[in-house]
Design a binder for this molecule. Structure first.
Ligand SMILES: *Cc1c(COP(=O)(O)O)cnc(C)c1O
Length: 353
C-alpha cells in the first residue's frame, strides 16, 4: 500500500526494527522515574534540538497530541484571552478549544489564498497569546518565515504560539521567531500517533511561572518542574519517545530534509497543474504548503480518483472541513520515498491525462 494520507501517515520502515530493539533493550517495562528513562529522555531532547534546529535555550516537553498542546497553552498561559488567526479547520478548532476554556478568546479568519494579514491585525494589548497554524493541513497552506518574522516584529511583547504539526521535522522552521512550537509525531516525524513535542522559549516559562496555574496534570509549570530532571508528570509514551530518539539519530539535519521536500513540493505542484479538470486548490504560490498538497476537482472526479487509487493500493488523503468533497490531499512527508511519488504520478498520467 502506498500511503499519502497526511496524518496519520506513512511511518519510516525502520520503525519495525526500532520496535523490536525497544523490546530487546527492555524499554517497554522500564519505570519512568528510573535512570534508563531519564537517559532516553535527555538524549531525545538533545537530538531534537540538534537535528531540528531548536534554539539551545528553548525547553522541550512531551505531550500526547497537538490537541493536548492547544489545551495546555490555553490553561497555563492565558488568564483572559488568546487571539487566533486562521484560514482552515485546524486553526479554527484550536480557537474553538480555547474559547471553551477562555470565552473571551478572539479569532480572525483570513482567506486561504492570501498571506496571514499581519498589517491588518488589531490585537488588543490585554491579549496574552497569539496563535496561528504554520502549516494548515486541511487546505494545504502555509505561513512563510517572512510573515512569521513580521508578526514577531509587530507584537514583540506578546507570546506567540505556532501549531507546526504537519511541518515540524519536515521544514527548517525558524523557531527563534516565535515562543511556542508544537507538533504531534504522526505527520512529518513519520512515527505512530500518541506523542507530541512542545518547544517553549525561556520567556514562555517565565510567564507560566508568573501565572502559576497548577490545576491540571499537564499544567505547564508542573511539566517544566518535572522536565528539569527529564521526567514527565505522568507515565509517558516511552515506546514512542524511544522511536523518536532512534528516528532522529538516523535522519539527516533538518536543513537537508527541507531542501529535498521543497524540491519535491515544487515538482508535485507542477505535476498537478498540467491537468485540465484538476488543479492545486491554492493558487497563490506564496502561501502553498510544502508538506501537504491539496488538489481540487469536481466532487465526482474526486470520488472517482480516490476509489480508483485505493483499488491500486494508493491511499490519498480525503479533503477536510469545507474542502471535504471537492479536494484530495497528498502528504509530502520525509518518510515517503521519491519512487512512491513516481508511481503516484504514473497512476494519474495513466488514468487522468
Ligand atoms: C493533525 C493536526 C492536528 C491534530 O493533531 P493530534 O495529534 O491529532 O491532536 C492539529 N493541528 C494540525 C495543523 C494538524 O495537522
Amino acid at each position: 500500500m502506498l500511503n499519502f494520507y497526511p496524518g496519520p501517515s506513512k511511518v519510516y520502515p525502520e520503525v519495525r526494527t526500532y520496535l523490536t530493539d525497544a523490546y530487546d533493550e527492555g524499554m517497554l517495562g522500564t519505570p519512568h522515574r528510573g535512570e534508563q528513562f531519564v537517559q532516553l529522555s535527555r538524549a531525545v531532547v538533545g537530538s531534537i534540538k540538534r537535528k531540528l534546529n531548536i534554539p539551545q535555550d528553548y525547553y522541550v516537553f512531551f505531550a500526547t497530541s497537538a490537541t493536548e498542546c492547544w489545551e495546555i497553552l490555553t490553561q497555563s498561559l492565558t488568564t483572559k484571552k488568546s487571539f487566533h488567526i486562521y484560514n482552515g479547520s485546524f486553526g479554527e478548532k484550536w480557537y474553538q478549544y480555547a474559547k471553551k476554556l477562555r470565552p473571551n478568546a478572539e479569532g480572525l479568519q483570513y482567506d486561504a489564498n492570501e498571506p496571514l494579514p499581519v498589517e491588518q491585525l488589531n490585537i488588543s494589548s490585554d491579549t496574552e497569546l497569539i496563535c496561528f497554524t504554520q502549516n494548515e493541513t486541511s487546505n494545504g497552506t502555509q505561513v512563510s518565515s517572512t510573515t512569521i518574522l513580521n508578526l514577531h516584529n509587530r507584537y514583540r511583547s506578546t507570546l506567540t504560539a505556532v501549531d507546526a504539526t504537519s511541518s515540524m521535522a519536515g521544514l527548517n522552521l525558524k523557531l527563534i521567531k516565535a515562543d511556542i512550537w508544537f507538533a504531534s509525531v504522526q505527520k512529518c516525524f513519520g512515527l505512530p500517533a500518541g506523542l507530541a513535542v512542545l518547544a517553549c522559549s525561556p520567556r514562555t516559562i517565565f510567564r507560566a511561572k508568573q501565572i502559576n496555574e497548577r490545576a491540571h496534570y499537564n499544567s505547564l509549570v508542573t511539566m517544566y518542574e518535572k522536565m528539569l530532571n527529564y521526567q514527565t508528570t505522568h507515565t509517558p509514551n516511552v515506546l514512542n519517545i524511544y522511536l523518536l530518539k532512534r528516528m532522529l539519530e538516523d535522519r539527516p539535519f533538518i536543513k537537508q530534509i527541507d531542501l529535498e521536500l521543497s524540491d519535491r513540493a515544487q515538482d508535485l505542484y507542477t505535476f498537478f497543474s498540467q491537468f485540465t479538470d484538476m488543479k492545486p486548490l491554492i493558487e497563490n504560490e506564496e502561501v502553498r504548503s510544502k508538506t501537504v498538497i491539496a488538489v481540487q476537482a469536481s466532487e465526482r472526479l474526486v470520488d472517482d480518483i480516490k476509489k480508483r487509487a485505493l483499488h491500486h493500493n494508493i491511499r490519498l488523503g480525503n479533503g477536510y472541513g469545507a474542502w471535504a468533497r471537492n479536494t484530495f490531499r497528498i502528504a509530502n512527508f520525509p518518510a515517503i520515498l521519491n519512487e512512491e511519488y513516481e508511481e503516484l504520478k504514473r497512476f494519474f498520467l495513466h488514468y487522468y491525462a
